[in-house]
Structures are given as C-alpha cells and as structure tokens.
Design a protein around this ligand. Structure first.
Ligand SMILES: Cc1cc2nc3c(=O)[nH]c(=O)nc-3n(C[C@H](O)[C@H](O)[C@H](O)COP(=O)(O)OP(=O)(O)OC[C@H]3O[C@@H](n4cnc5c(N)ncnc54)[C@H](O)[C@@H]3O)c2cc1C
Length: 418
C-alpha cells in the first residue's frame, strides 16, 4: 500500500522525500511519471497530501523539516506549494459561500443527470474512463483505483472535463472528492474554480496536447498524445459571490484553565493530537471520521479507508500517549450520549475548517460551543496565514518570510516578497 494511514508512515515518507525537496523538486515536480502498478514511480513529488489533509502531519513540521535540510532558495518552490494549501483553506474560511454554492450546484447537477439519459451516459463515460480520449480515460481509472492523481493530471483532467466534455465543473469536483485520498474541500473546490476561470476571474486553464505529451514523457505508458481537445476555454460565469466574511478565529486558550477533565475529538482533518503538543492530557479521546459526508454519492474505497483508518490510528496513538480510553463516534451516536457514559462534560477539538467535516460535526457541537463546554484549537501557522488569504495567493506569498519568522521557523524564502 502506498498511502499508509498512520503518522509514522507519513514521517517515513517525509524523511525519504527530504533530500529531493529542494532544487530537484523545483525542476521536476511538473512531470507525471506514473503509478507503480503501471511501472512508474513519483520521487519528484512528495505525495504527502493525504497525511497533510488528514492532519497526521502538520504543514508546519513539513515546512520546517524541509528548511532544515535545504537552503531557503532551494526549498522555496516546495514551501510555496504547501502555502498554497494553507492559502486555499484561509480563503474558503472567508468565502464559505464558495463551498455552499458548490454543494447546492452539485446537488442540482446530480439531479439533472439522473433525469437526462444522454447527460447521464456522458457522465458515466467520464467517471468510468470510457470517453475515448485515452489519456482522460487513463486518469479517471487511475483516480478511482489509487485515490491519487499528480497535480498536473488534476489540472489537465479538470480542464478536459469542463472545456472538452462540457460537463458541470461541480460534478467533476464531486468525482475528485469522492475518490481522492487527499480530497480537501478548500484545495479541491478552489482549484476547480481556478481551472474554470471563477477563482481568478476570467483566467482559465486550457490543457494543451503538447504540454501533456511533454510532462508525461517519462510515464511508463507515455508520452500521452491527446487528440480532439477543446481549443479554447471561455471562463465560466456565476452570480456575484457574497462579500468576504471576516475571519472569526477561536481565541487562544490555555488547556490548564479547563477546570474539568476534557474529551479530545479527532476528526478527518485533524486525526493526530501530536501536532497540538497538548500540555494536559485528555480524559478520553473521541475519533469522529466522516468521509461519507463528502458527497451524496458513494465515496471510493481508498479515500474512505484512508480517512477512517487515519482517525483510528491517530486516536490509538493518543490513547497510548495519554493513557486515555478511546471511543469511536459513529454517525448513529449523539455526542451527548458518548459524553453521558463518562464523567466528562468538556470537549476540546481541533478547528473544523469549512467543508464536509464541519457540516457533519458542527450541528452536534454548536450547543456545546455556545455553552462554552467546547473549546477549539487552531494551529499557529493557519492563525498567522489565514488573515492574508483574502483575495489572490500573492497576499500570502509576499508574507511567507514574515509568517515563518513570527513562528520562529528557520529560513527565509528569498523571492517570497517579489
Ligand atoms: C483540480 C484540482 C483539484 C485538486 N484537489 C486537491 C485536493 O482535493 N486535495 C489536495 O490536497 N490537493 C488538491 N489539489 C492540489 C494538488 O494537486 C495536490 O495537493 C498535490 O498534487 C498533492 O500531491 P503531492 O503531495 O505529491 O504534492 P507536492 O507537489 O509534493 O506538494 C507538497 C504539498 O503542497 C500542497 N500542494 C501542492 N500543490 C498544491 C496546489 N496546487 N494546491 C494546493 N496545495 C498544493 C499539498 O499539500 C502537497 O502535499 C488539486 C489540484 C487541482 C488542479
């Protein structure tokens, strides 16, 4: 198995990748070199996204490890990519309407294909890899089988989906979320919007056959030559988005001020307690994985298995570290019932970013938050970065040095302010 849903496997992946995270990454990252079962390998990218998305590894520890190994100049490209992830999360926090609108439009589009035989057939051809565009069909199958696609393949796939096949982008984003092990509400929704010309207004991404052939040249089945692709990409249109919502971040608090024992909730986006470095141990650990909330349609096996096992492994680690019993919070249980079986009335949980995990868990936690029986942890890197993620990435990019210096992290990203 390539993606093992434990923190220790993520740390091994990071250690293995570190020597290549500098100039080699910057030079080679855009090549899609294929999946091992096709005879390929991907030493040119980290493939750390499943551990970052699940919170088994934190962005900060990954960035700091890379900056310990490489000069800031050499590490710049990799660090910047990790900041794209943080930027997208901060942007969606301030534009939750982009998520809400995506969910509503996805549901409408799913209903539409169910009522339209021709559209339904096209949708099935696309998701089952039977369009006749060989390269697209390859990626569709690779995604379903492995739960991962290279970044360039994601861009090409999304571009073909929207501009060549003419399908609703929300259906493609849903297909990705149901199958990507690293499926992330912010990175996925905003990247699809970016390809379609909705994120950077009017700027679309058109997949070019020469570009696909060039960057799949080392693929064991490549180079891929794609015929019949759209020649132009007209930006999609949508009603004006609601104005930016100011960030409402949880106050920092000292766990020591909790007078009672507390339950720690681990979830799909924060499956490990280690990055939080808790100064006081929880009395119980509650694991709440909700991969099925990604979509009204079934979620693929690799994505579901990784999410569930990540939360399980993170909760088991916490159980051992803190000698605190661990309980699984399944969908059919109310949180109050779990707490009712213990003497614990306070809960502490890592921040629930905009997305399906928040949608699934927040209804159970909202009343505890208003009674101040629930407290929320937010890591310092997100806290420091999100206020700059108000519009384009540049607002974050030019402050990366400042943000890292404020956290006492090593290194400067030399061109961050250019
Ligand atoms: C249409 C589309 C959908 C996407 N959906 C997702 C998604 O659901 N979840 C997800 O994590 N990423 C998504 N991405 C971003 C990117 O493709 C993946 O993060 C990356 O391919 C993961 O592989 P890696 O870990 O080897 O990346 P590396 O190249 O090794 O990069 C290191 C880390 O930086 C972050 N990163 C890299 N590139 C990007 C990027 N373009 N945007 C945001 N973060 C980035 C990831 O956390 C990644 O693990 C999407 C991109 C596109 C174009």
């Amino acid at each position: 198995m390539i993606f093992i849903p434990t923190r220790s496997a993520g740390l091994e992946r990071l250690a293995d990748f570190l020597p290549r995270a500098g100039r080699a990454y910057a030079a080679n990252r855009n090549h899609d070199n294929g999946w091992p079962t096709d005879g390929g390998s991907r030493p040119n990218v980290s493939q750390l996204s499943p551990w970052l998305h699940s919170g088994l590894l934190s962005e900060r520890e990954v960035i700091e490890a890379v900056l310990e190994e490489h000069s800031p100049d050499a590490a710049e490209k990799f660090v910047m990519e990790v900041f794209w992830r943080i930027y997208f999360k901060g942007y969606l926090e301030q534009h939750p309407g982009a998520w809400g609108r995506y969910c509503a439009n996805r549901d409408t589009a799913l209903r539409r294909i169910e009522g339209d035989t021709g559209l339904h057939a096209l949708y099935l051809q696309a998701t089952e890899g039977r369009t006749g565009i060989a390269v697209f069909d390859h990626w569709a199958k690779e995604l379903v089988e492995t739960g991962y696609l290279h970044n360039h393949a994601r861009m090409w796939f999304a571009s073909l989906w929207i501009f060549t096949l003419g399908l609703d982008w929300e259906l493609g984003a849903d297909f990705f979320l149901r199958h990507l092990i690293d499926g992330d509400a912010a990175s996925n929704t905003l990247s699809w919007r970016w390809v379609g010309g909705l994120h950077t207004k009017g700027k679309t991404y058109l997949a070019q056959p020469e570009n696909i052939a060039r960057f799949t040249a080392n693929h064991p089945l490549g180079p891929f030559y794609a015929d019949g692709l759209a020649q132009e990409a007209q930006a999609l249109k949508e009603p004006v988005m609601p104005a930016r919502k100011p960030l409402d971040l949880p106050h920092r608090f000292d766990l020591g001020t909790l007078r009672e024992p507390y339950a720690l909730i681990l979830h799909d986006e924060a499956a490990s307690a280690v990055p939080f470095d808790l100064p006081y141990p929880p009395a119980i650990v509650i694991g709440a994985a909700r991969p099925e909330a990604r979509s009204p349609y079934p979620v693929g096996k690799p994505a579901r298995a990784f999410a569930e096992s990540a939360v399980l492994s993170g909760a088991q680690d916490a159980e051992q570290t803190y000698n605190a019993p661990f309980v699984t919070w399944t969908r059919d249980l109310a949180l109050a019932d779990i707490l009712g079986t213990t003497n614990v009335q306070q809960v502490v949980l890592p921040y629930l970013p905009t997305g399906w995990t928040r949608d699934a868990l927040m209804p159970h936690i909202a009343s505890l938050l208003s009674d101040r029986r629930a407290r929320v942890l937010l890591n310092d890197l997100n806290r420091a970065t999100w206020p700059y993620a108000t519009a384009g990435f540049f607002g974050v990019k030019k402050r990366i040095d400042h943000i890292l210096a404020g956290l006492g992290s090593p290194g400067r990203i030399s061109s961050a302010s250019t």
